[in-house]
Design a protein around this ligand. Structure first.
Ligand SMILES: Nc1nc2c(ncn2[C@@H]2O[C@H](COP(=O)(O)OP(=O)(O)OP(=O)(O)O)[C@@H](O)[C@H]2O)c(=O)[nH]1
Ligand SMILES: [Mg+2]
Length: 292
């Protein structure tokens, strides 16, 4: 169980549809809003996106910033600034940062608006397509922009199944799209991180493997938070499944006969991690750029 050796097949049928939606609607939109996960700024970006969207204007947004480690987010913000990449951080739960994205969409379009104005034309409506991995908050972002619930949201990947144009108040229309993952999975570590953050459906992988991956990550990067949350201790010699076992025992995840229920404790830990209950944590530090 502690060996992270399963190969994750993460490309369910509806993802083909998402790719198709992106390709089919590209010519109709002015701007792409690439919504990524602030906890995994590297692993949540589609390496194919540049090829797909070509030279379209793009606004890069890292959502769920309320769950990410603020020190690591700061490092990423500085990295993007240094590289002249406009990157914004949002929290769609509170709405923080959303206004700045709308401003960035307008700024991106300012030249086109000016050019059109010189020709005596007016761009009445800016069209932007929101793309990103499943469950990252694309629909929540649109609802925040609109100031009301216009798009359906849910705490699991695969909620939005079809495209939907939604006009948000001030002359901008947003296209909500289904979550998209890339079909070729070369980086298994990124895949595990995407499982931990909830971008991939839980029934696609072995939950125990993912929990062990999470434990190995936390024991290295956030050991005190892990110990405090589950009231456990561990040494370097402990295997991940032994730590998982201790967490399970302390949380009463026990089956008949006193054995630990690994599935239950794995699910519980992943839920707590995803909900930020263990702490504000990120799984991609800047070093990930050197490793890949
Ligand atoms: N903590 C936190 N939760 C968020 C944020 N944005 C969205 N969520 C939650 O994340 C879950 C997924 O949100 P959705 O808006 O449905 O995500 P989506 O990207 O449209 O998902 P799919 O349509 O399934 O691809 C919901 O439970 C939201 O409440 C955020 O900034 N912070
Ligand atoms: Mg959605």
């Amino acid at each position: 169980m502690d060996k992270n050796n399963q190969v994750i097949n993460w490309f369910p049928g509806h993802m083909h549809k998402a790719e198709k939606i992106l390709a089919e609607n590209l010519s109709m939109v002015d701007v792409i809003i690439e919504l990524c996960d602030a906890r995994i700024p590297y692993s949540s970006r589609n390496p194919e996106i540049n090829k797909v969207i070509n030279n379209k204007h793009r606004v890069l947004v890292f959502n769920k910033s309320d769950l990410a480690d603020p020190i690591i987010s700061q490092k990423w913000a500085e990295y993007f600034k240094k590289n002249n990449v406009k990157a914004l951080f949002t929290d769609c739960k509170s709405g923080e940062g959303v206004k700045q994205v709308i401003t960035a969409i307008r700024e991106t379009m300012s030249e086109k608006i000016k050019n059109q104005a010189e020709k005596g034309r007016k761009i009445a409506n800016i069209r932007a397509m929101v793309v990103g991995i499943p469950n990252i908050g694309k629909s929540s972002f649109i609802n925040r922009c609109a100031g009301r619930a216009v798009a359906q949201t849910g705490d699991k990947p695969g909620v939005t199944r079809a495209k939907q144009w939604l006009r948000i108040s001030d002359g901008i229309s947003l296209l909500d799209t289904p979550g998209m993952l890339w079909p070729k999975l070369e980086n298994q570590t990124s895949a595990y991180k995407l499982c931990c953050t909830g971008a991939i459906k839980d029934d696609i992988f072995d939950i125990g493997d993912i929990a062990c991956f999470l434990i190995n990550y936390l024991r290295k990067h956030y050991p005190e938070e892990l110990k405090a949350r589950y009231k456990i201790d561990f040494t370097e010699d402990d295997e991940a499944y032994q730590i998982l076992e201790r967490c399970g025992a302390n949380r009463g995840c026990i089956v008949k006969g006193g054995e630990v229920d690994y599935t239950r404790i794995s699910m519980l830990m992943l839920d707590e991690f995803r909900g930020g209950k263990i702490g504000k944590m990120s799984m991609d530090d800047l070093e990930v750029l050197e490793e890949n």
